[in-house]
Design a protein around this ligand. Structure first.
Ligand SMILES: Nc1ncnc2c1ncn2[C@@H]1O[C@H](COP(=O)(O)OP(=O)(O)O)[C@@H](O)[C@H]1O
Ligand SMILES: [Mg+2]
Length: 325
């Protein structure tokens, strides 16, 4: 089977206008512009099969959005080759655009003052979707994203979670075969995050869609991706099995604790590595597989006011990966 997505030595350099500070700098810049270059993506290669969901992880500024913009034809690469469904994305052929979808968690694609339904209707025309197909797709999206009650309200009046669901519906109105999801769950509460994951999973299965997903939440990858690609400073650091990655670089979880009474650090240290401590508030790191048993012991032995189990941040995991070379 031919891969749905191929990147070969992809590079992207931005040319950024550099201005010295103050009025003098502004005047100087009028006559002689200085540029500096930012290498956002450096020689990245990978292939993705049709129907695969791949997690794309990396800290802020790693080059994730740049890569997804190139894959969806919004940016021209500086070097290397890109093929998506056999197309060169940057040519932005209609036949290509009709088969891809892009969701950016940090950017609106819905018209701010219009109700989402009207943006959907506009896209029906742009994508030349026939009436019957459109109705069927719309019904599916409304039902599965649970957006019936909100699509008639102007986008600007929606909550972040509601808006994100509508952004996703909008990106799927033409049932794309390839979907780029750039931090679709950022800032959302856990309940909506879970719903969106379920929806993405269903969409992938129903349409054999190829999906690249970026996120700062391990949970998104855990739930959706068998394969993970990690980049930092534009360079590929890992491409492979998600479970193996976890075993190697994310063996621990973090438990954040608040106490009703003062506790002793040395008592806590018996259960895990204490990474933050004052007598009323602490955090410990523990082995992933021991989470439940340690949490049980904590609740039994300490005057717990609040307990919260979290993943080690993706940032520090990536730092660990690149430190190992
Ligand atoms: N339009 C732009 N002009 C100049 N530099 C940019 C632009 N967009 C992104 N960059 C830079 O490119 C690098 C990668 O950014 P980005 O792809 O947005 O990373 P990520 O999505 O992983 O946070 C960063 O150093 C960022 O500052
Ligand atoms: Mg980004």
């Amino acid at each position: 089977m031919k891969p749905a997505i191929t990147l070969k030595n992809l590079s992207k350099t931005y040319k950024v206008h550099q201005k010295e500070e103050g009025l003098k700098g502004s005047l100087k810049a009028l006559f002689k512009r200085k540029y500096k270059t930012v290498k956002a993506v450096k020689n990245v290669s990978f292939k993705i099969k049709e129907g695969e969901i791949v997690g794309f992880m990396g800290p802020n500024g790693a080059g994730k959005t740049t890569t997804l913009k190139i894959l969806s034809g919004l940016l021209h690469p500086t070097g290397g080759e890109v093929k998506v469904l056999g197309f060169n994305p940057y040519q932005r052929k209609n036949q290509f655009l009709k088969q891809i979808g892009l969701v950016m968690g940090q950017k609106n694609q819905l018209y701010w003052d219009l109700p989402p339904l009207e943006t959907f209707n506009l896209n029906k025309e742009i994508y030349e979707i026939d009436k019957k197909t459109y109705k069927k797709t719309l019904d599916y999206l409304i039902k599965n994203l649970d957006i019936k009650k909100i699509i008639h309200n102007p986008s600007r009046t929606l909550s972040l979670g509601q808006r994100m669901k509508c952004e996703i519906a909008n990106a799927l109105i033409h049932t794309p075969k390839v979907l780029f999801l750039d931090e679709p769950t950022i800032g959302l509460d856990v309940v909506i995050q879970k719903k969106l994951r379920q929806f993405i999973k269903d969409y992938n299965q129903k349409h054999k869609a190829t999906i690249i997903l970026t996120s700062h939440y391990m949970g998104d990858f855990e739930e959706l991706c068998k394969r993970l690609i990690v980049i930092d400073h534009g360079k590929l650091g890992y491409d492979g099995d998600f479970e193996k990655f976890i075993q190697q670089y994310a063996k621990e979880k973090r438990i954040n604790l608040t106490f009703l009474k003062k506790v002793k650090k040395k008592d806590l240290a018996k259960l895990g590595k204490v990474v933050a401590f004052n007598p009323y508030k602490a955090a410990i790191r523990i082995k992933r597989e021991e989470t439940t048993s340690v949490a049980g012991k904590l609740l039994k032995k300490f005057p717990i006011d609040d307990i919260d189990i979290s993943e080690i941040s993706t940032e520090s995991i990536v730092r660990k990966l690149f430190a190992k070379g």
